[in-house]
Design a protein around this ligand. Structure first.
Ligand code: CP
Length: 395
């Protein structure tokens, strides 16, 4: 799928620096893409361009007292007050007059809200569409739905869908309709941003994970991750977050080790450029960060056999699939708990994309500990999504 709207304008200096293993300072001219469908295939220069832009927004919001020094809100407080994580007043008018459509055909808390906050902070308007209450329930395809929303004149579609490749499908559908003259030039220019498609990719989650790691290790000036090792622990095979993390982190120089039982972490993942281990305790002492993944019971076929998931259900009550022998045994071997954290490097951090199944992949005490970057990740999601919207919409 052709994501670019014009030939790459990467400078020979930037390409040369990348070959030499140094991190050139990117500029917005390093970005020529209309869509953000995944991190796989993006150059280091392109990744740094988004991350540097995110950092600029991070600083701008800190200046107006609207951001990351206050990552949590007090229940009952005015959600639009300065310092609130949900402060949606614009810090820039660069997307004024533009409209961002949020098409979430699968549940979301963090991604959906932070894309809305991000768009509004850049002065854009947002429209929201979910599968419940839309004509998807009458059998309309995602391509038709997107084409209809595009025909109303939106500038970007942020799409989450349970099917891998759904965002590529929408991108191709709009391009095809444009070539046939059935949609106008303005609809052809609609940017598609992947907010998580099946097991494929979740590029803005990958970017916010990179941002969090870079912040913790003082790499926000370069986003050069060489010398850092990340373990991704859990249901890697079913994870779009893992695919985006592996693509982005390895391109920026990090070593990535995927850890979990063979049913969840197959050896074939090594073709993505990471390492694979089934022995968490031997890996943990060597890593600088752990990204813990939820077992995505909803993506695994249920065996229906009694006790197939040991305790029978996950913490949320969903039936287990046939990829692990039991949830209890999984937690014994792979849960990140206080005993395991105590064996990690002193500065190593714990990340989790959310939602957390407390007590399965991560114990509550670790999730709420000083080492946990979970809410920091969520905070960074806003500036990363501002950068993605800004760059894809042509600023
Ligand atoms: N991390 C993430 O994608 O969370 P949501 O499903 O809540 O958006």
């Amino acid at each position: 799928v052709a994501q670019r709207v014009s030939p790459s304008r990467r400078s020979s200096k930037a390409a040369g620096a990348e070959r030499a293993g140094t991190a050139p300072a990117p500029s917005s001219s390093s970005w020529s893409r209309q869509h953000l469908l995944g991190l796989r295939g993006l150059s280091g220069d392109e990744l740094r361009t988004i991350l540097v832009r995110a950092r600029a927004y991070d600083r701008a919001m800190a200046r107006v007292g609207s951001h990351t020094t206050a990552p949590t809100t007090t229940m009952g407080a005015d959600a639009s007050a300065p310092g609130s994580a949900l402060d949606t007043r614009p810090i820039s008018n660069e997307l004024r007059g533009r409209t961002v459509g949020n098409l979430f055909f699968e549940d979301s808390t963090r991604t959906r809200v932070s894309f809305s906050v991000a768009a509004r902070r850049l002065g854009a308007q947002t429209v929201d569409l979910a599968s419940v209450g839309s004509s998807i329930s009458k059998g309309e395809t995602v391509g038709d739905t997107a084409a209809n929303i595009a025909a109303m004149g939106v500038d970007a579609l942020v799409i989450r869908h349970r099917s891998s490749g759904a965002c590529h499908l929408v991108e191709r559908t709009l391009a095809h309709l444009g070539h046939d003259g059935r949609v106008g030039a303005s609809q052809q220019r609609v940017s598609i941003i992947n907010a998580g498609d099946g097991r494929h990719e979740h590029p803005t989650q990958g970017l916010l994970d990179i941002y969090t790691l870079a912040e913790r290790y003082g790499r926000l000036d370069s986003f050069d991750l060489r010398g850092l090792t990340l373990a991704i622990v859990g249901d890697v095979g079913a994870s779009r977050v893992a695919r985006s993390d592996i693509a982005g982190m390895t391109t920026l120089g990090a070593r990535v080790i995927c850890v979990g039982p063979p049913g969840l972490v197959p050896k074939a993942l090594e073709t993505l450029g990471c390492e694979v281990s089934h022995d968490l305790d031997s890996v943990l002492t060597r890593v600088d960060a752990v990204n813990v993944l939820r077992i995505q019971f909803e993506r695994h076929e249920s065996s229906g056999a009694p006790g197939a998931a040991g305790a029978g259900t996950n913490a949320g009550g969903a039936k287990g699939g046939n990829v692990i022998a039991s949830v209890r045994e999984y937690a014994e071997l792979y849960a990140i708990n206080a005993q395991r954290v105590a064996r990690m490097k002193r500065d190593a951090i714990i990340m989790h994309p959310g939602p957390i199944n407390r007590g399965v992949e991560l114990t509550a005490d670790v999730a709420d500990s000083q080492r946990s970057m979970v809410l920091r990740q969520v905070t960074h999601g806003v500036v990363v999504r501002m950068a993605a919207l800004s760059l894809c919409l042509g600023h």
